[in-house]
Design a protein around this ligand. Structure first.
Ligand code: UD1
Ligand code: MG
Length: 472
């Protein structure tokens, strides 16, 4: 059960706090992923503030069926939230793990320790020893060291405020216990809320309480933007350390890899690379300095030279891209394709072994296999009203500085001579030339030179200064 109904006032944002992102995923996605990794089923999210937006993001990420939503329209406290969260779990009799939507750094291994400890049917709570306990609930233990209860910061006496063992707010307990215990909560406290922490003395008197200790870094809750970027730094360091088990990151402190990115073995990543969203990098690929890839799949052995930018592109094996290539959404490159500097592709499929090495725009285009696209080739895919398609079939050769005015097709093994404006289908194997025939004016260069020399002479005779840009 994930509690995420709170407003997040200190974020000072139009957007719900739990939708702010850490390493490319919204905060609320982290506890959901942790719950899924532990095999929790079903998963309930208690939502209130911006319930529609948060629900939409969750179903887009995890599927409409993955999560049951419990609505808490008025935030009357963590105990109230859990009572509402139990409603969609009416037939459920197992253990409930309670997580928070704004606590993204908890490790699966920590939660697994809690679930193991809860197998005996006790209430297991996560605690940490911190240097600055202010703001947290304090763990009050009896003379035997057993947990008696939790005192919230605002309800604590001066003596209790000195306790450095704090409540992380994460629990595992049997559903039946939680149902009974939350039904008995009352709002007799400084905030007039139903405190979930008040289930602890009830558990101490019945099923028993156990604590699992955690590194304070893991339990950090996000309340403001400074904490958001601190958490992001921790998350990125973890992601990069994990990536470096298989891949070489030349300057890991400069590389930004989102949490859902997959990197296979023997990948090499140069400085200042950003890998976003659901990007996947195949084995042995090389990602050069400054590449920015979003939701892009890169095949094994592909070499991306510096400053290549790709968004929602699919790149095959052993391709050579960049430097400065721009693959826009809908780009689909087969194996052994070359897309070189200042080439832009959009909604374009390029077949095996084809090359567009310099300065081209290929939009709404299907390119066959072994095609050569010369420098300066442009598909004129837009007539100001609609986008239209260009087809270049296998083995065709497109000469430099060609405009292909869509809709148009170049047949297999056809050749388009440099400088062409192609508006009609080029038949298979044909040569298309559209340029004006070249003519020569014999001796013209010498006549021109003589004419300018004359002008200089006349000007000098009239006392004008000589031209200074003769040789510029
Ligand atoms: C809570 C604990 C405190 C603990 C701290 C750890 C209580 C009473 N106190 O305090 O002991 O040290 O967490 O961070 O439980 N939420 C709802 N509905 C509500 C209230 C809260 O969904 O009505 C959600 C919030 O969105 C948030 C989580 O529950 O994700 C925790 O709420 P928050 O208000 O931050 O609790 P704290 O006062 O920090
Ligand atoms: Mg809090």
């Amino acid at each position: 059960m994930i509690l995420a109904a709170g407003k997040g006032t200190r974020m000072r944002s139009q957007k719900s706090k739990v939708l702010h992102e850490v390493a490319g995923a919204p905060l609320v996605a982290y506890p959901v992923k942790a719950a899924q990794a532990l095999g929790a089923n079903p998963i309930v999210c208690v939502l209130g503030h911006q319930i529609d937006e948060v629900s939409r993001v969750l179903s887009a990420r995890f599927g409409a069926e993955a999560i049951r939503v419990a609505a808490q329209h008025e935030q009357r406290g963590t105990g109230h939230a859990v009572a509402l969260g139990l409603e969609p779990l009416s037939g459920f009799s197992g253990l409930v793990l309670i997580l928070y939507g704004d606590v993204p750094l908890l490790r699966e291994s920590t939660l697994a320790r809690m679930v193991d400890a809860a197998a005996k049917g006790t209430l297991v709570m996560l605690t940490a020893r911190v240097a600055h306990p202010s703001g947290y609930g304090r763990i009050v233990r009896n003379e035997e060291g057993r947990v008696e209860r939790i005192v919230e910061d605002r309800d604590a006496t001066e003596a209790q405020k000195l306790i450095c063992e704090v409540n992380a707010g994460i629990y595992v307990a049997p559903a039946a216990f939680l149902r009974e215990a939350t039904a008995k909560l009352s709002p007799q406290n400084a905030q007039g809320e139903l405190y979930l922490t008040d289930i602890v003395p009830q558990a101490a008197a019945t099923i028993g309480v156990e604590t699992v200790d955690v590194d304070p870094e893991e339990m950090a809750g996000i309340n403001d933007r400074a904490q958001l970027v601190q958490a992001e730094a921790v998350m990125r360091a973890r992601i990069n350390a994990h990536a470096m088990e298989l891949a070489t990151l030349r300057a890991p402190e400069t590389v930004r890899i989102d949490s859902d990115v997959v990197i296979e073995a023997d990948v090499e990543i140069e400085p200042n690379v950003t890998l976003r969203g659901r990007t996947r990098i195949g084995a042995g690929a090389f990602i050069g300095q400054g590449c920015v890839l979003t939701d892009t799949v890169v095949g094994p052995g592909t070499e991306m030279k510096p400053y290549t930018v790709a968004d929602q592109a699919i790149v095959g094996a052993r391709c050579k891209l960049g430097p400065f290539a721009h693959l826009r959404p809908g780009t689909d490159l087969a194996d052994d394709v070359h897309v070189g500097n200042f080439v832009e592709t959009k909604k374009t499929r390029i077949g095996k072994g084809s090359k567009a090495n310099h300065l081209a725009y290929l939009g709404d285009t299907i390119v066959g296999e072994r095609v050569n696209i010369g420098a300066g080739t442009i598909t004129c895919n837009y007539n100001g009203f609609e986008k239209r398609q260009t087809i270049i079939e296998d083995g065709a050769f497109i000469g430099s500085d060609t405009q292909l005015v869509a809709p148009v097709r170049v047949g297999p093994n056809a050749i388009v001579a440099a400088g062409a404006t192609i508006t009609q289908e080029v038949p298979a194997g044909a040569l298309a030339i559209t340029r004006v025939a070249q003519t020569h004016l014999e001796g013209y260069a010498a006549r021109l030179k003589a004419r300018y020399a004359d002008r200089e002479k006349t000007a000098a005779e009239k006392g004008k200064p000589p031209r200074t840009d003769n040789h510029d």
